[in-house]
Design a protein around this ligand. Structure first.
Ligand code: 5AD
Ligand code: SF4
Length: 468
């Protein structure tokens, strides 16, 4: 795959010109215009939003916490399941009145949903108060598109260009200690339920030097932890000439001074190599945490899903991982009610949950996605049966998660403090190496720092403790 997937310097210079033109326009105003950017979906999408906000920063925008105060509202959308889409439509619809009262308000929608032609068409026809609509492939052109909107044009840019990479972006990140670093974009796997390959294009890896430069830059800014992002990080580098594997990249990231923890997501079980397991076990900075989506415990369903592994092969991976890292925190994704799934298949999924005993799971009821192979497969179960199965699964997993968390009682955990708890200003919140949330009383001066916390109470989703 060609390296020239990276957007050319000339193109980026053109976009920079648009940034400067907008900056002149915003500077001419008495007050800074405010943008409200809301993100749906995965870490990849929130990383894209950090780029969009970085560009808005450079254009002279400030940010606000609610669409009501905004001069520009931008929803960065997710297409993975229908409920995320419905929420977006609801939110855009709610802006209709605000736009009527204030015609100067600019309304934008972008991201995975907008990369789907039928959605862009719906926005064009039914949501006529939307000024700007662009898909994931047009992300780098955001300055030009916004400029046209500011010049009173209605702009749609949803062409399928099968992806690109753009570098030299001034991210607007949430402050230290955690930085998200995309290492690759897109997905080649075509799991039959998944829209991602259609809206994010083919896999393309960033050059190692760009990634390492970014890791060094965030380290210099005081970030302590990086999360390397990709839909399938284990196939990092397959499209590059330098032959570097994901495990080798991880090891190089670990050499960056100042970064003390390295995480990654997501791994596809079919590509989880012994080399990666060895790197995880050997490199102290790599967190002993693995998110390994299994999706279903039934071989028949896994085949229908085109996952390219069997339950036995998956269990062998878990065995190998635990052999090298007995205390590793394991999490997974499960889809309930995939077309063709029977109650017997579902029992197999429950038995996997018991056998692996994950620390936690992310579970979803199957959602039909236009254009994917599974959309035309026959359903076996009724919606009611699917919901019943889903509830049974959650009850089982909650028991397992609580049991797993109970094992932390009275242990001392090294916690990286992330900030103040959303529900109690006197409580700080952070994470263990395994990614478990720990709440504890402490001074805000500890934010961004490592502290030792003795665990005194456990719940299904989090741990509580005392700072030592
Ligand atoms: N319906 C339900 N869940 C889905 N996922 C992806 N596509 C669908 C869908 N059509 C889930 C998978 C994936 C996670 C990110 O979202 O479990 O791992
Ligand atoms: Fe979707 Fe499968 Fe790619 Fe994950 S690996 S993004 S589930 S196609």
């Amino acid at each position: 795959m060609p390296k020239d997937r990276t957007i050319s310097a000339e193109e980026m210079a053109q976009q920079k010109d648009y940034i400067n033109k907008i900056k002149q326009m915003t500077d001419a105003r008495e007050t800074k215009p405010l943008a409200f950017v809301e993100t749906y979906g995965c870490q990849q999408n929130s990383s894209d939003s950090e780029k969009l906000k970085g560009m808005l920063d450079e254009m002279g925008f400030g940010f606000c916490e609610s669409p009501k105060e905004a001069d520009f509202v931008l929803y960065n959308t997710c297409a993975v399941r229908e409920n995320a889409e419905l929420k977006v439509f609801g939110n855009i619809g709610a802006l209709k009145h605000q736009k009527r009262r204030n015609p100067e308000l600019m309304v934008g929608v972008c991201g995975c949903m907008m990369q789907q032609p039928h959605i862009a068409e719906t926005i064009r026809k039914k949501y006529t108060h939307v000024d700007l609509c662009f898909g994931t492939h047009a992300l780098y052109r955001f300055p030009q598109l916004l400029y046209d909107v500011m010049k009173k044009q209605r702009v749609f840019d949803n062409a399928n260009e099968d992806g690109s990479i753009f570098e030299d972006v001034a991210y607007h990140r949430d402050g230290p200690p955690l930085a998200k670093i995309p290492i690759m974009y897109g997905c080649n796997n075509y799991c039959t339920y998944c829209i991602v390959p259609y809206v994010r294009g083919r896999e393309r890896s960033r050059d190692k030097e760009h990634i390492l430069a970014e890791v060094r830059a965030v380290a210099a800014e005081g970030y302590k932890e990086v999360m390397l992002l990709g839909q399938n990080v284990n196939s990092y580098g397959n499209d590059l000439a330098d032959g570097l594997s994901f495990a080798q990249l991880l090891r190089e990231v670990c050499r960056v001074d100042g970064i003390e923890r390295v995480r990654f997501m997501t791994s596809h079980p079919k590509d989880l190599s012994d080399e990666l397991i060895a790197a995880m076990a050997e490199e102290e900075k790599i967190c002993k945490q693995l998110h390994l989506p299994i999706q279903s415990g039934s071989d028949r369903v896994l085949k229908l899903m085109n996952r390219k592994y069997t339950r036995a092969q998956y269990m062998e991976l878990i065995r190998k991982v635990r052999e090298r890292m007995p205390d590793i925190v394991l999490t997974t994704d499960i889809i309930v009610g995939f077309p063709g799934e029977t109650n017997e298949d579902f029992e197999e999924t429950l038995s996997v949950l018991k056998e692996v005993a994950y620390d936690s799971i992310f579970s979803f009821i199957y959602s039909k996605r236009v254009g994917t192979p599974a959309a035309s497969m026959e359903d076996c179960l009724t919606d009611e049966e699917k919901h019943q199965n889903f509830d049974r699964m959650l009850a089982l997993q909650n028991e397992i998660s609580k049991r797993k968390n109970d094992m932390y009682l009275n242990t001392v955990q090294r916690v990286l403090t992330e900030g103040v708890s959303k529900t109690d200003a006197a409580v700080l919140t952070g994470r263990t190496e395994g990614g478990k949330v720990v709440n504890f009383a402490g001074d805000t001066a500890l934010c961004g720092r490592f502290v030792d916390v003795k665990i005194t109470k456990t719940q299904t989703w989090s741990l509580f403790g005392e700072c030592l």
